[in-house]
Write a protein that binds this ligand. Sequence first.
Ligand code: 4AD
Ligand code: MG
Length: 467
Amino acid sequence: MTTLDWRKDRIRVKTLLEADREQGEVFVQGWLRTVRRSKDVVFLALSDGSCHAILQVVVPEDSAAFDSVKQLGTGACVGIRGEMVASPGTGQRWEVQAREVTIYGLTDEEYPLQKKRHTFEFLRSITHLRPRTNAFGAVFRVRSRMSHAIHIFFQDRGFVYVHTPIITTNDCEGAGEMFRVSTLDPENPPRVDGRISWHDDFFGSKAGLTVSGQLQGELFATALTDIYTFGPTFRAENSNTSRHASEFWMIEPEMAFADLAADCQLAEDFLRFLVGYALEHCGEDLGFFNQFVSPGLLDRLESVVATDFERMTYTEAVEKLQKSNKSFDFPVEWGCDLQSEHERYLTENVIGGPLFVTDYPEGIKAFYMRNNDDGKTVAAMDLLVPKVGELIGGSQREERLDVLQHKMKAFDLDPKSLDWYLDTRRWGNCPHAGFGLGFERFLMYLTGMENVRDVIPFPRTPGNAMF
Ligand code: 4AD
Ligand code: MG
């Protein structure tokens, strides 16, 4: 029998456990979470990652397989053929009485996942093995489901999925946090007048990894009306926090004929849809997070689905923070950027749920945001949520060519370098708006996991890009 045949008649653990009647003889494949021996029987707990629950496999002494399972330990990989029967034990409806056990891969006492519980810090040091734990199996199943849900939300609403480039020569957010992409010899780059000649580089100018697909997204929104991107994003900011990754995934919708209010509405509908979808389709995994990672999680998520999000202007937010009598590390005054301690105070203590803060001072936001009539603020919004802080950042875009050119100068940007972007404002211009949702921040919010490194398969952070 070939391996392919084995796959063909294999039943997934999830399918087996959800069955409403006995399936007779079954064949399952997976990894052992535990091996428990008693005098005349061995109990195996088998997982194939298809669900959180494990399958109990019973190997009685009189089974032909009894001798071979004696050498099995936690982490071993096996195939099991046997009879699916109602389990007499508590805790599971079905179990399998093993008749035949195929051993694919053994483990030994050095296998680092012997213990039942490990800290997330420890598991980060064995990133390559952590998908085999309960917690990370749950995280990555939820991550996969939510990726799918994102497409459902936008496709059902007629948004067109646009693949914006990963390599680009434009630094959308203007913060100079791009990773360089270059084929020049770092030891001996070509120079003109002593300065590196990027003109001689692969792309003929200074290129890097994208920090946002927004500007290219805007080009498509001014043709296809409603678009979204969903892809990897890179930021070379040296902030070693639990919420910043150097490589993360971002979802960026962009809508023509939309203002800031429509933008907030889309963000609210989107977040509510995703949370509702997770409650409906990831119940078992969310139940695990609720029990072991973040007590009260399910109640918090239910209330997100049920309640409208609050809105507050930046000016109101500053007043609330100043009146709070709380001593912050960073003092608050109008014009300052809100720090994570301020954001969390607003969403956790003042509101107790998701909060849109809108209309920020022009000087602390990106050049492309639309100037408000007050001459001081821009039509920007951040969505803040408890425990995470900023989850979404977005704005109505400055569509007036002369104002935008003026703003670019004020931000020290050369309008010539973004001439292609300004073309949207020259021809067939329209009001438009969009936002970016950090996928990992969303997963932290959804699962209660407290570190961005624990919701992305292979985290990239300053000093770390292993695997
Ligand atoms: O607020 P940001 O920088 O906004 C933009 O990039 C806009 N171009 C979006 C748009 O309007 N189309 O980033 C958006 C979101 C943040 O709110 C945050 O959730 C996430 O991206 N984010 C990060 N997530 C993980 N690690 C980082 N270093 C992140 N930087 C931003
Ligand atoms: Mg932001």
